[in-house]
Design a protein around this ligand. Structure first.
Ligand SMILES: C[S@@+](CC[C@H](N)C(=O)[O-])C[C@H]1O[C@@H](n2cnc3c(N)ncnc32)[C@H](O)[C@@H]1O
Length: 362
């Protein structure tokens, strides 16, 4: 490992993603880093694991400033690689990992053993979980773990195989809040469909806790386009929002029984509210470009202040399609005088799709 002083140098960028989306994840990282700085062999498919090699070593601080997880769509977790530790003995993996981590010449605020969420990665995530306690114990003994000093980097130990781990660093504000970037959400008993978890995850992943407190409040009004059977509507109603649910299909009785929901049978592309609302959410199965244009129109025209929406991706050229949708939204928003922020993310509960958050900022 090549580590200098208190500003460790990094040889790679490591990301976890949904298995099958390695090319998109890697493509996005290479674009953010600049092709001249990377040597990036094609990532192995269905591994859920991406490592983009850097041609030269880069200071951790510089990478952390330049590559932000919140601006990436396909990375669930992100860290900057310090090197690989191979041939970890089965009887004691902790000692060689600790010795390798010393080379970073810094204590850590957290130790995060991780693995990909793929067929090959699943047994490794069991191993990673079992190592949490022994790693924390030994790092604490060695004075290398200071959980209260949140400004210190977090150490990621990403298992690529039972005997091989990649070490990486992240800062708490530039990494997922959940191990492996996966928030574990329990299916609420009253919800009519599992897709309620998608909106629950979107609120947690696309907004930080302070934003969520300020921007999603009981008493607000929301519109849900493509609402049936009502998982998203139920999620909003549970949070105290009054919801107009637009869908020609039937809404589940449990959702209507909340007393917070008005069901309107109409086309989500042409229906408009009489008064501006706080939120518009949209889960209609349609071409992503059409959804992007519709959402931008609602926010740019002030019909809603903010929106969460799902974009179903095509089978091929998925990254291109995401860039195209981004461009559609940027163009429409720039034509209005409204400031905005756009975040796009492939959530754990997303399959061949991504979820977006578009909000007015003034
Ligand atoms: C994936 S489902 C939505 C699931 C919903 N979010 C939930 O949590 O239960 C898509 C819905 O969009 C509706 N839909 C598709 N095109 C529509 C349109 N043009 N106008 C209104 N609804 C539409 C379909 O009827 C379908 O119920």
């Amino acid at each position: 490992m090549n580590i200098r002083d208190r500003h460790p140098d990094c040889d790679s960028v490591i990301a976890l993603c949904r298995p099958g989306f390695e090319a998109e994840c890697s493509g996005e990282l290479v674009a953010a880093l600049g092709t001249a700085r990377t040597r990036s062999p094609k990532p192995a498919r269905n591994t859920g694991l991406v490592r983009v090699g850097l041609l030269n070593l880069h200071a951790f601080d510089e990478l952390d400033r330049g590559i932000r997880l919140s601006r990436l769509t396909f990375s669930r977790q992100l860290c900057f690689g310090l090197g690989e530790v191979a041939e970890l003995p089965e009887r004691d993996r902790v000692t060689p990992l600790l010795e390798a981590a010393r080379a970073a010449a810094t204590p850590f605020s957290a130790i995060l053993p991780e693995a990909a969420d793929s067929a090959a990665g699943r047994p490794l995530s069991g191993l990673a979980r079992r190592l949490v306690a022994p790693l924390e114990r030994e790092f604490t003994k060695a004075n290398l773990l200071r959980p209260k000093r949140l400004a210190l980097p977090r150490l990621h130990i990403v298992f690529a195989a039972p005997g091989t781990a990649w070490l990486g660093l992240s800062t708490a504000d530039n990494g997922a809040r959940w191990p492996m970037g996966i928030p574990r959400l329990r299916m609420p008993s009253g919800a009519p469909s599992r897709s309620t978890l998608k909106l629950a995850e979107a609120f947690l992943s696309l907004l930080d806790p302070d934003e969520l407190d300020q921007r999603l409040r009981p008493g607000q009004r929301a519109v849900d386009l493509g609402a049936a059977p009502g998982g998203w509507t139920w999620q909003l109603a549970q949070r105290g929002l009054r919801v107009t649910a637009i869908d020609n299909g039937p809404m589940a009785g449990s959702v209507l029984a909340t007393g917070m929901v008005e069901h309107v049978r109409a086309d989500g592309f042409t229906w408009r509210p009489q008064h501006a609302v706080d939120w518009m959410v949209c889960d209609m199965v349609e071409q992503p470009g059409r959804i992007a244009a519709l959402v931008a129109e609602w926010v740019a025209s002030g019909r809603c202040r903010q929106s969460i929406f799902n974009l179903k991706l095509p089978m091929k050229k998925r990254l291109d399609e995401v860039l195209r949708c981004q461009e559609i939204i940027h163009q429409r928003m720039r034509r209005s005088s409204i400031g905005f922020e756009l975040r796009l993310r492939q959530l754990y509960h997303d399959r061949e799709e991504i979820t977006g958050y578009l909000a007015q900022t003034r």
